[in-house]
Write a protein that binds this ligand. Structure first.
Ligand SMILES: *[C@@H]1O[C@H](CO)[C@@H](O)[C@H](O)[C@H]1NC(C)=O
Ligand SMILES: *[C@@H]1O[C@H](CO)[C@@H](O)[C@H](O)[C@H]1NC(C)=O
Ligand SMILES: *[C@@H]1O[C@H](CO)[C@@H](O)[C@H](O)[C@H]1NC(C)=O
Length: 261
């Protein structure tokens, strides 16, 4: 299994919170990426509506705007199970918020539960990036770790294989019954610019960090720039039993940690 030890991790935040799906799950504003030219700002302002339009329509967009030193690369994507309408409103919100959160920087990223958006003057398209990460875990422990971890390992393996296959749009999701009363739900999502092998590599790094942050936890979320992994003991992906999901989610407290390259 891939490990995280080749990264130098700086853990700079640890807090307990209730997660609301309409708030960003994570944001990254690269402080070392000052915008030095108004031309870049212009290109950022131009690429955002392009990303919003294409992603609202296709659920994914990777594109660039401008030329030479001031060229800006952008990528936006919705989680593959999310409706066109939810996707569209998520990506519009992301495009609005990212400029507020990260003005005058050329490397900016924002994640919501349903979508992500990023841009940079460096071309990142097609590269696996697990440098910046956010982990959320349910503060509650599972009662039967052995059964739970067996089921989790098998399920995550299955859906990671699905996500890596071309045609899956980087999405894998599934559920497994751990007992008559307990069902485990899991979803993995790679950004769609990644080749098959890179997708699997990103997911393996994410899952490889389960023992560090999510050992025996009832729920876990790993957010990277190139992939996303989540499991819960309640339904959270579409098609969804909305009431069951809402009730379980409201009952749940998560802790989080941010890792940086
Ligand atoms: C970026 O700009 C800010 C504000 O102007 C400045 O304080 C900072 O040192 C700059 N960072 C770099 C890496 O140039
Ligand atoms: C979960 O288990 C860990 C490790 O055994 C323990 O430190 C922690 O207090 C437990 N958390 C809860 C909410 O019981
Ligand atoms: C979640 O945290 C809040 C505030 O700390 C607490 O009142 C509540 O009981 C917690 N809920 C669960 C399910 O642990």
């Amino acid at each position: 299994m891939a490990s995280f030890h080749h990264h130098y991790l700086l853990i700079f935040a640890l807090c307990i919170l209730s997660v609301k799906s309409e708030d960003p799950s994570a944001q990254f504003c690269n402080e070392n990426s000052n915008s030095t030219s108004p031309e870049i700002t212009k290109n950022i302002n131009s690429i955002l509506p392009k990303l919003v339009q294409a992603t609202s329509q296709f659920g994914y967009s990777a594109t660039s705007f401008g030329h030479g030193q001031t060229q800006v690369f952008g990528l936006a994507q919705c989680r593959g199970d999310v409706s066109t309408q939810d996707c569209s409103s998520c990506i519009q919100e992301a495009a609005k918020e990212i400029r507020n959160f990260c003005p005058n920087k050329v490397d900016a990223r924002i994640w919501y539960e349903y979508c992500l958006l990023r841009y940079n003057t460096e071309n990142f398209i097609g590269n696996v990036d697990t440098g910046f990460g956010v982990f959320y875990w349910n503060v509650q422990n599972v009662t039967d770790p052995e059964t739970f971890n067996d089921g989790l390992g098998t399920l995550v393996n299955q859906i990671s294989t699905i996500a890596g296959v071309s045609g899956s749009k980087g999405l894998g999701k599934g559920q497994t019954k751990l007992s008559p009363f307990l069902t485990l739900y899991a979803l993995v999502q790679c950004t769609r610019d990644l080749p098959e092998l890179s997708c699997r590599q990103c997911l393996a790094i994410a899952v490889g960090n389960f023992p560090t942050y999510c050992e025996n936890k009832k729920g876990c979320r790993v957010i990277y720039s190139s992939c996303y992994v989540r499991y819960e003991l309640y339904p959270f992906f579409f098609p969804l039993d909305k009431q069951a999901a809402l009730e379980s989610n409201l009952m749940t407290n998560y802790s989080s940690v941010v890792t940086k390259p």
